[in-house]
Design a protein around this ligand. Structure first.
Ligand code: MIC
Ligand code: SF4
Length: 668
């Protein structure tokens, strides 16, 4: 028996019922989750509450999260480490962003949270470098929080309100996940990248393939991947809809943390050899080829050969998926002594101040500038449509993780998601190029020591000083929308009917015009569903209360709770779909909006936009714990069975009118 397994048996025998005392090996996921279990029984498919060690927020979801935290009345965070990052809204094209930064900075200082100032980098990149710790749990108000899985954390994306509750010491609730084993063998061939690994997984599992699951990477191939490469893979695991993804914490993790002068944060962690998994996937790294996700979905994956010699207009390198020093060194090597193609605009955003600093020190930055790259600040930038929107029908290669329609800011933009290697060589050639054409690849090594300078991280005020910190609130910051307990009966028309794979970028678009309104729900709600139907907000307001009908995987993508808060503000009482994405469903419940799914997916066709729907005595039914309900379409008489599967806790949240009301009530 391995050492960590016997340790865990000891821990588990204190914390868990006897019958769980282990007779078979555990996955790494199970080890960490069981060690953090504070509510429920560890039974797959059932709701469990886990203790959260660390939290992170970013500014686009952060203002709301801190308003919610304030509303709970907890003076200081109860986590081991909470960090507030500013990385999304850094254009400051009006007063709004700057005001939000000041608000978040002051709230962080007062409530015991570290504040990573604008310019310090993208939350996930910086958290991996400076704060993440193997074996700890992290939730973040951003769907790419699983980046932390690259160093063996259970790191999960969540809504802002869930993060606020965790900061207040509350448990975080998830459906106890299945665990998928991804067995990596072999070694990546030259110029084939970690990005190609996750694109291959997306090609096989699709954007819904990870729902309710943790993707755990094991096998000999793991040892051939550096921490930044592992983090690319766990980061983009979000696109599978997975709860999270995780790698073991091994000697490579130790080396990375040592180079960050954080060796003491390291612990060895891995699954037991006889661990039992729910599903298994085998990937021979040496068989992979360079891949690209074609418009408009991260799972629309093809090889360069299949796509052909595509002429391109733009290349963007960066984002929390591919902005590490390692990525930048590869890009600099490819661009050295070259000039980008005259028809291509190349923008590069290094992921953090540390990365940018080191590139400045080692000359890589000069190489990029020399080649004609447009250097952007260390932030999300074009990934969330904050500038660099491509030209009309423009073809843009991006090293990012999402290529949903309109997300780039250009509705007919054609976005391909690729590795930094492919992006760089294509920028030189002017067309999509297989990076293997570059020829010999040198060995790219991470430095023995990174340049450490945390001067852009402001520590919180001490317990003695915190009361005197003033919260700085700008005029754009409006309170959380009004909520009300669940109605006795919902009798309301369908204000919108949409199809499959509706993303949160459809529901609540971002970009330079809309993102600055994240602290102002009344204003931002006027752009709700702008990509699908610009008339929706006015119609919903006119109807007073209404229901949205959708297809499968509704709400995939971001963790933005605004995709629930805007509908809440517009009077949406229920969302009836074929299936939900995990975080969005949780956000709807947190906002007090009823999440319903069709028992028979074919019934989707029976409802039309404008139909009057009736959910009679719904409050009583939910209070009684009924999960199968009937929706009557009063317009055509159809009686449609629907499911509303709620646990004891989520039932109470819905009855109370949302998590904020529920938390306030339970604190009384
Ligand atoms: C995204 O990549 O879509 C975002 C912007 O980072 C979101 C968060 C947000 O909408 O603020 C996410 O991934 O959760
Ligand atoms: Fe920022 Fe893009 Fe990463 Fe979201 S996916 S956190 S917008 S870099």
């Amino acid at each position: 028996m391995s050492k960590d397994r016997s340790l865990l048996m000891q821990e588990c025998s204190d914390a868990l019922p006897e019958r769980i005392v282990i007779i078979m090996g555990l996955t790494l996921t199970e080890k960490i989750l069981k060690a953090h279990l504070v509510d429920g029984e560890y039974i797959k498919g059932q709701e469990i509450g886990i203790k959260i060690d660390q939290t992170l927020t970013q500014d686009a979801t952060g203002t709301m999260a801190y308003l919610e935290f304030e509303a709970m009345g907890v003076p200081r965070v109860k986590t081991e480490r909470s960090v507030a990052y500013i990385d999304h809204n850094t254009l400051q094209s009006g007063f709004e962003n700057a005001d939000d930064h000041r608000f978040i900075g002051s709230a962080a200082k007062k409530h015991g949270i570290y504040f990573s100032r604008p310019g310090n980098g993208i939350c996930h990149q910086v958290h991996l470098e400076r704060f993440g710790i193997p074996g700890k749990t992290l939730i973040g108000s951003d769907s790419h929080t699983p980046t932390g899985g690259g160093i063996g954390m259970i790191a999960i994306g969540a809504g802002g309100l869930d993060v606020a509750v965790a900061m207040g010491g509350g448990a975080y609730y998830i459906t106890c996940p299945k665990v998928v084993k991804v067995n990596l063998t072999g070694k990546l061939r030259p110029w084939v990248a970690a990005k190609d690994v996750i694109l291959e997984v997306l090609k096989r599992l699709y954007v819904k393939g990870g729902v309710g699951k943790v993707i755990e990477y094991v096998g000999e191939g793991v040892k051939t991947l550096s921490v930044p490469e592992r983090a690319t893979i766990t980061n983009m695991g979000a696109e599978l809809g997975a709860t999270t993804s995780i790698f073991p914490s091994d000697e490579i993790t130790k080396q990375f943390l040592k180079a960050q002068r954080r060796e003491d944060d390291w612990t060895p962690l891995s699954a037991d050899e006889d661990a039992v998994y729910d599903e298994e996937l085998n990937i021979d790294l040496s068989e992979l080829v360079p891949l690209a996700a074609c418009p408009h979905s991260p799972d629309n994956v093809k090889s360069v050969e299949e796509i052909g010699k595509l002429k391109i207009d733009q290349v963007c390198i960066g984002s929390c998926t591919n902005s590490s020093l390692l990525d930048m060194l590869k890009v600099a090597h490819i661009l050295k002594g070259k000039t980008i193609h005259p028809d291509v605009s190349l923008a590069i955003a290094p992921g953090s101040k540390q990365v940018l600093n080191m590139m400045a020190e080692n000359g890589a930055l000069a190489t990029l500038i020399d080649a004609g790259a447009r250097i952007l600040e260390s932030a999300c930038g074009p990934c969330i449509g904050m500038g660099q929107s491509p030209n009309s029908k423009g073809i843009s290669l991006r090293t990012f993780n999402r290529n949903f329609e309109g997300r780039s800011g250009t509705k007919d933009g054609q976005i391909y998601l690729v590795s930094p290697e492919m992006a760089a060589i294509s920028a030189v050639n002017g067309f999509l190029t297989d990076p293997r054409e570059i020829g010999d690849m040198p060995e790219f090594k991470l430095p023995e020591e990174f340049t450490i300078n945390d001067n852009m991280v402001v520590p919180p005020a001490s317990v003695e000083e915190m009361d005197s910190v003033e919260i700085l609130r700008g005029p754009n910051i409006k309170p959380y929308p009004e909520t009300s307990p669940l109605l006795e009966t919902i009798d309301a028309p369908v204000s919108l009917k949409v199809g499959d794979n509706i993303t949160t970028d459809h529901i609540m678009p971002a970009g330079a015009k809309i993102l600055p309104l994240r602290s102002n729900v009344p204003k931002i709600s006027q752009y709700c569903f702008a990509v699908c139907d610009e008339s929706f907000p006015k119609r919903a307001e006119r109807l007073g209360k209404s229901i949205i009908v959708g297809g499968s995987n509704y709400g995939q993508g971001s963790s933005r709770e605004h995709a629930a808060l805007a509908p809440l503000y517009l009077g949406v009482k229920a969302v009836l779909v074929k299936s939900f994405a995990r975080i969005h469903r949780a956000n709807l419940i947190n906002a007090g909006i009823l999440p319903l799914t069709f028992v028979n997916e074919a019934d989707y066709d029976k409802i039309n936009e404008g139909d009057e729907l009736l959910l009679a005595d719904i409050r009583q039914a939910i209070a009684d714990g009924k999960s199968e309900l009937i929706v009557v379409d009063k317009t055509n008489g159809a009686e449609i069975p629907v499911l509303c599967e709620l646990s004891g806790r989520t039932k109470d949240i819905i009855l109370a009118g949302g998590l904020l009301d529920y938390t306030r009530e339970s604190m009384k």
